[in-house]
Design a protein around this ligand. Structure first.
Ligand code: CTP
Ligand code: CA
Length: 225
């Protein structure tokens, strides 16, 4: 199968992609976040657009250039992302949830910069859980809508991904071994295993995130009528 085709075979499809990593504020100058670069989500947006899809990209703290023809929505926190998803998901045919959403946020955001005192040897932060946005959205899924989640794992890769597929009611999970620095977070290359609720499973070679995006779209396209 040829990669990087110019065929407009996603024309008429409304694709919503989340990318990057959310930031959870601690005080006016500090936040909790993760190593997500947004590269995989941006590669998916670029590829889907190149195939003729109508693409909206919800971007959390990414510094990459916006892919041509893609509608960009910027968010900072998981709560911002939740609000945008609620608005945009009903008009979506395919959701690709590539963003690394913070599982927790500080229970309180300090209105002023947190000061250290000379006698302080420790600081304990209290965190509270963010909702599972993928799970929330998949619960609202209407017939014909496709929901694709990602699983960032460092151990028991297949078991963890399979559990996420079921728990989150996703149609596909894209499994990513983030323990390997050559692929995954912030790397230019990636290798994923695409796992479908329909029993489909395939592992890609290690290749550019652009090529991985093409492979993911090719698998998803096979589910369209
Ligand atoms: N996700 C989400 N909302 C969250 C956390 C994760 O929508 N609060 C989504 C991610 O965008 C991704 C998928 O769920 O598509 C899996 O994220 P991951 O961090 O791998 O899994 P978690 O369910 O958060 O479990 P854990 O971090 O414990 O492995
Ligand atoms: Ca998580």
């Amino acid at each position: 199968e040829k990669l990087f085709t110019n065929k407009q075979d996603w024309q008429g499809k409304r694709v919503l992609i989340t990318a990057g990593g959310t930031r959870e504020d601690l005080d006016p100058v500090r936040y909790l976040s993760n190593r997500s670069s947004g590269k995989m989500g941006y590669a998916l947006a670029r590829a889907a657009r190149a195939h003729g899809a109508e693409v909206t990209l919800i971007s959390a703290n990414v510094t990459l250039p916006t892919p041509p023809g893609v509608q960009l929505v910027r968010v900072r926190t998981a709560q911002d992302l939740a609000a945008q998803l609620q608005t945009l998901f009903p008009q979506t045919d395919v959701l690709l949830m590539a963003a690394a959403v913070s599982d927790f946020r500080p229970a309180q955001v300090a209105p002023q910069k947190i000061k250290k005192a000379a006698e302080d040897a420790h600081l304990t932060l209290e965190l509270e859980a963010n909702p599972d946005l993928l799970k929330l959205v998949a619960t609202q899924k209407k017939p014909g809508q496709l929901v694709v989640g990602f699983a960032a794992e460092t151990q028991d890769l297949k078991q963890n991904a399979a559990r996420k597929l079921v728990n989150k009611k996703a149609d596909f999970i894209i499994l990513n071994d983030v323990g390997n620095p050559q692929i995954g977070f912030n790397a230019d290359d990636n290798q994923v295993t695409i796992i479908g609720a329909n029993g489909f499973e395939t592992q890609t070679p290690v290749e550019s995130k652009a090529a991985i995006a093409e492979r993911i779209l090719a698998v998803l396209k096979k589910t369209f009528n």
